[in-house]
Write a protein that binds this ligand. Structure first.
Ligand SMILES: Nc1nc2c(ncn2[C@@H]2O[C@H](COP(=O)(O)OP(=O)(O)OP(=O)(O)O)[C@@H](O)[C@H]2O)c(=O)[nH]1
Ligand SMILES: [Mg+2]
Length: 236
C-alpha cells in the first residue's frame, strides 16, 4: 500500500537529513511539514527534496503547534489519490524509522495503528521521572476520562488508513499539542474504526531542543473532559 510519512519539523536541522536517509529504503514517501524553522530546516528540506524523489516539503508561515502542522500535512497527503496510508512520526529519532514497516503491516488489519509505549513489549528509553510521569499520567487520565481501552493516547507514531482521515471532520480539530494525538484517536474510535496498538521503544532525542511546554500539557488537561462532554452531547 502506498504510504506517506508526515514529518513535522521545527528546528530539526541536525536530524532531518539522517531521518530522510533512514526512511529511503522503507518504500514510503516523506512529506516534511516545516513551520518556517529559524534554524533553516525548511531550506534543508528543499535541498533534500531536490535530491530525493521520495521527499516533498510543505512550508508553513509560522509555528502553530503540531496539530495544525499535521492537519495541513494530512490534507496535502490526501490530495494524492495514490496515498492509502498516512503516517505521523517525529523527526527527532524518538520514533525508530525501522518500526515504520511494522506500523504499515499492522494497518492490514486495523484502520489506525498506534506505536505504543504502554503495551507489553513497549518502553521508554532515557526519559527522566518527570517526563515519564507526564506521559504515562496523561495517557491514564485520557483513557479513564474518555472511557476507552487504548493504552498510549498521547503518542505521535501513528498510521492512518486514508478512509479514517477522510471520515474525520478535520476542520473541527483544533488541538495543538498532545491533545491533538488524543483527539484524533478518540474521534477514530467514536467513528467506529478499528484501532490497534503495537509496541515500540521510544527514545529521547539526541539532537536539537524539545518543543514540549507547559501549555501543551495544560491544553491536554482541559481538552480531554471537553472531548468527552462533546461526545456525550452527540457533537463528536
Ligand atoms: N511543523 C511543526 N513541527 C513541530 C512543531 N512542534 C513540534 N514539532 C515537531 O514535532 C515533532 C515532535 O516534537 P518534539 O519537540 O520532539 O516534542 P516531544 O517529542 O514532545 O519533546 P522532545 O522529544 O522532548 O523534544 C518533532 O519532529 C518537532 O520538530 C510545530 O509547531 N510545527
Ligand atoms: Mg520528541
Amino acid at each position: 500500500m502506498t504510504a506517506v510519512v508526515c514529518l513535522p519539523t521545527y528546528n530539526e536541522r541536525e536530524n532531518l537529513e539522517r531521518m530522510v536517509a533512514a526512511l529511503a529504503d522503507k518504500g514510503v514517501s516523506v512529506l516534511v511539514i516545516d513551520d518556517n524553522s529559524p534554524d533553516g530546516t525548511g531550506r534543508l528540506a528543499d535541498r533534500l527534496a531536490a535530491q530525493n524523489g521520495h521527499v516533498r516539503v510543505l512550508h508553513r508561515a509560522r509555528k502553530e503547534g503540531l496539530g495544525p502542522a499535521y492537519l495541513a500535512g494530512f490534507r496535502r497527503a490526501l490530495e494524492d489519490p495514490e496515498s492509502q496510508l498516512v503516517l505521523e512520526m517525529d523527526a527527532d529519532f524518538s520514533h525508530d524509522p525501522d518500526d515504520v514497516p511494522r506500523l504499515i503491516a499492522a494497518a492490514q488489519d486495523a484502520d489506525l495503528v498506534l506505536g505504543s509505549r504502554y503495551v507489553a513489549g513497549g518502553s521508554i528509553g532515557s526519559w527522566g521521572i518527570v517526563r515519564r510521569f507526564v506521559s504515562a499520567g496523561g495517557s491514564w487520565y485520557a483513557r479513564v476520562l474518555l472511557g476507552v481501552g487504548v493504552r498510549d493516547l498521547t503518542g505521535g507514531f501513528k498510521c492512518f488508513r486514508r478512509e479514517v482521515l477522510e471520515a474525520l471532520d478535520l476542520e473541527a480539530i483544533d488541538s495543538r499539542g498532545y491533545a491533538f494525538q488524543i483527539e484524533t484517536t478518540y474521534r477514530a474510535l467514536r467513528a467506529g474504526f478499528r484501532v490497534a496498538e503495537i509496541p515500540i521503544t521510544f527514545v529521547d532525542r539526541e539532537h536539537g531542543g524539545s518543543k514540549m511546554s507547559p501549555s501543551i500539557v495544560l491544553e491536554a488537561i482541559w481538552k480531554v473532559p471537553l472531548l468527552r462532554l462533546r461526545a456525550l452531547a452527540g457533537r463528536l
